[in-house]
Design a protein around this ligand. Structure first.
Ligand code: NCD
Length: 296
């Protein structure tokens, strides 16, 4: 694997190989096993042109656990604030000695451009409303660990689908892994052509799903929280009561508590949110290791 820019085009066995490796690493981390330092001496550069907590910190720890040096770019304290172009920033980081770039940007396609400009392996850590492929993998790992298999699961992805890069990856990969996805949200936020069934009526589907995946309303990308949003799509205790006994709730974070999810639901035993975060480190380790091997 040269880059990890998208889950589009990956077949079931490609995805399952990465999930298997992430799962094995998760077990190693939990059991305190000695982890092979496959990135020993390499340098991973985190280029986050947009804010991030979970993704940036877990890439940082993942790279360190594999023995890499990590350098972190902060756009506000870098020459970007003096007008340096994206291409010059990429080439500078490459010249400094980075071996792998991890990039997040508000514009779709920037990680791919960085890969072209620098020739380095690049991981897409979120590009505009397009994709966030390591989030997709860690979500798949979380579901597989919880249910034993993804095959046959019924998932509702709920909320601001139009502006969500999290939804982008899930609607592509989950059907490949054997899950059925329904997109649920206000009319204006539902895609016209995704290949997945769509619905405006959250309550009508709750009894038929195994997974409710709530999306943050992405106000920085044009999502507006309407007066009706919480009543129509907010997930609180009354809606949990309509779920099947073994159904779970997921969210990529950060949470808009009281908007798409209530405090009670976020902290209930149904919530896999903490597991999603926990699975971020082994998932990113698996991806970085695959890129390091592809380069060797
Ligand atoms: C997502 C992101 O920033 O792309 N969160 C995350 O990486 N954990 C989703 C979001 O912005 O809400």
């Amino acid at each position: 694997m040269k880059d990890f820019l998208t889950v589009r085009g990956l077949g079931r066995s490609d995805l399952e190989t990465l999930i298997d490796e992430a799962d094995a690493l998760r077990r190693d981390l939990d059991g305190g096993a000695v982890i092979e330092r496959d990135l020993e001496g390499m340098c991973v550069a985190n280029l986050f042109f947009e804010p991030s907590t979970r993704t940036r910190l877990s890439f940082d720890l993942a790279a360190q656990r594999l023995g890499a040096h990590v350098i972190t770019f902060d756009p506000e304290r870098s020459s970007t604030s003096k007008g340096e172009s994206l291409r010059d920033t990429g080439l500078t980081v490459a010249a400094i000695g980075a071996d792998i770039l991890v990039a997040r940007h508000k514009e779709e396609g920037v990680p791919k451009l960085l890969a072209e400009w620098t020739g380095l392996p690049v991981v897409n850590a979120g590009d505009g409303a397009n994709e966030h492929p390591t989030q997709t993998l860690l979500d798949a790992l979380t579901l597989r660990r919880h249910f034993g298999s993804i095959e046959g699961l019924r998932m509702a992805i709920v909320g601001d689908i139009a502006h969500s890069r999290v939804a982008g990856g899930l609607t592509t990969a989950m059907p490949v892994l054997g899950a059925a996805v329904t997109l649920v949200g206000p009319q204006g936020w539902l895609p016209e052509e995704s290949g997945c069934p769509i619905s405006n009526d959250l309550d009508s589907i709750l009894g038929d799903v195994d997974v409710v995946y709530l999306l943050r309303v992405q106000t920085e990308r044009g999502g507006v929280i309407s007066d009706d949003y919480v009543a129509d799509f907010g997930f609180g205790a009354p809606r949990v009561a309509s779920l099947r006994p073994d159904a779970v709730v997921m969210h990529a974070g950060p949470l808009n508590r009281g908007v798409e999810i209530s405090d009670e639901v976020a902290e209930s035993p149904r919530s896999l949110i903490a597991e999603q975060v926990r699975n971020g480190v082994p998932t990113r380790m698996a991806v970085l290791r695959a890129l390091a091997r592809g380069r060797a």
